[in-house]
Design a protein around this ligand. Sequence first.
Ligand SMILES: NC(=O)c1ccc[n+]([C@@H]2O[C@H](COP(=O)([O-])OP(=O)(O)OC[C@H]3O[C@@H](n4cnc5c(N)ncnc54)[C@H](OP(=O)(O)O)[C@@H]3O)[C@@H](O)[C@H]2O)c1
Length: 301
Amino acid sequence: MSDTGENTAPKTRAAFIGLGVMGHPMAGHLQRGGFDVCVYNRTAAKAEKWAGEYGGRVAATPAEAAAGCDFVCACVGADDDVRAVTTAAAGAFHGMTRGATFIDHTTASAAVARELEQAAKEKRLHFLDAPVSGGQAGAENGVLTIMVGGEEAVFERARTVLAAYGRVVTRMGEAGAGQLTKMVNQICIAGLLQALSEGLHFAGRAGLDAKQVVEVISGGAAQSWQMENRGRTMVDDEFDFGFAVDWMRKDLRLCMEEARRNGAELPVTALVDQFYAMLQHAGGGRRDTSSLIRLLGRGGG
Ligand SMILES: NC(=O)c1ccc[n+]([C@@H]2O[C@H](COP(=O)([O-])OP(=O)(O)OC[C@H]3O[C@@H](n4cnc5c(N)ncnc54)[C@H](OP(=O)(O)O)[C@@H]3O)[C@@H](O)[C@H]2O)c1
């Protein structure tokens, strides 16, 4: 502390890689939460925009962003994208200092988490898989649920970072356990959204006011996050926001690949995945996952 009571301790340095729908606000919470943040984004204009908004630094490569940081976070697309920003040429692992921790918020496979934890160990680095739930609003409001896999001591040291944008932050086990937990999350959402679609479709055909139905049954046993946050927009046929069908298909593929390995049976998940494939083929890949109802006609109709 200085004479004026101001905290003059050097800020912890952190990097954030991938400033998409989720990464942009998450990196912003880190910077505003007192970290000295350096960002990297493949499309450089997004990184400049972020720095203009939050005042942090911009790097030209993931390795450059990671240099001298205690923590390097990422939220990119899928398995190969995580590899591209870690172990590939100019990836973060080549710039990180010994003892630093890479925190991956991408929804990816448990296998890539185990692979990268091993690659990190070989370089005397640490790795946590830390996929998130809560969507764009959860990222913007800093209230994400974060499911973490990796060593306990590494997780405990990373808590200050995760608390910058997470409300529920839990270690689920060794490397890959965060991704496996996120798969459970997606399996639960897939079946639930199809049921919600069918319920609203039925309400419309039965001549009920579907929005009123949502309001009433939201207070009972059928209540869900999807019902509360998507029920009305589904009735209004609005889907140009939220969590894209393309991302959901990527996630359900991860779930089904994992199920083939562990013997779990996912009949409804597999069926809903096919419904999402139909929406994708009809050009709806970027629409919110609640657009499932479109296959049944308008919910409120
Ligand atoms: N959106 C949600 O509601 C939500 C919720 C929970 C989890 N997730 C998961 O979070 C991750 C990101 O989602 P998002 O919605 O933020 O996606 P997004 O808006 O498409 O952003 C993806 C980001 O990753 C970067 N990226 C992708 N591939 C890359 C590569 N090979 N090398 C370098 N950078 C790369 C993109 O860079 P460019 O700008 O150059 O394209 C962009 O910054 C996904 O795994 C998704 O499943 C999303």
